[in-house]
Design a protein around this ligand. Structure first.
Ligand code: DQA
Length: 148
């Protein structure tokens, strides 16, 4: 069974209430529920975690070492600022897919740069909650073809 860690960064606990015009009306609990179901049908297992602090996200990435084979991450605003999260992913060397609900390239310039993208397999951005499910499929497929 392929094990995937799903990490949600700062402010994503407010999904459904937070700027719904940008992020939609789906809650984080609904996204996690749907990820569990999708994972089961893909032959995978997800563990979902949300944290507002950078250090907690770094700790969660470290704890995936030797346990989870893939990382699906929406680092929220830390995407654009955190060398620590990027270094943690590089350190554990777990195949990673970066996702965003909004299309970060259609938004403010400060959102156009991701510290995570260069060390990720790929990035899915702009499909709302669907970005997570597409990202999960892409990650599981990648792990299956590379035969982790
Ligand atoms: C986000 C995009 C980020 O720029 C923003 O800071 C977020 C959410 C997204 O999912 O669209 O918190 O990662």
């Amino acid at each position: 069974m392929i094990k995937i860690l799903v990490l949600h960064g700062p402010n994503l606990n407010l999904l459904g209430m937070r700027e719904p015009g940008i992020y939609g009306s789906v809650t984080l609990a609904e996204i996690n529920q749907k990820l569990q179901t999708a994972a089961t049908s893909l032959g995978a297992e997800v563990t979902c975690l949300q944290a507002n602090s950078e250090g907690a996200l770094v700790d969660a990435i470290h704890s995936a070492w030797g346990i989870q084979q893939g990382l699906l991450i929406n680092a929220g605003a830390y995407t654009h600022t955190s060398i620590a999260i990027r270094d943690a992913i590089a350190a554990v060397n777990i195949p990673t897919v970066e996702v965003h609900l909004s299309n970060i390239y259609r938004r403010e310039e400060f959102r156009h740069h991701s510290y995570i993208a260069p060390i990720a397999i790929g990035q899915i951005s702009g499909f709302g909650a669907e970005s997570y499910y597409l990202g999960l499929q892409a990650l599981v497929h990648h792990l299956q073809v590379t035969g982790i």
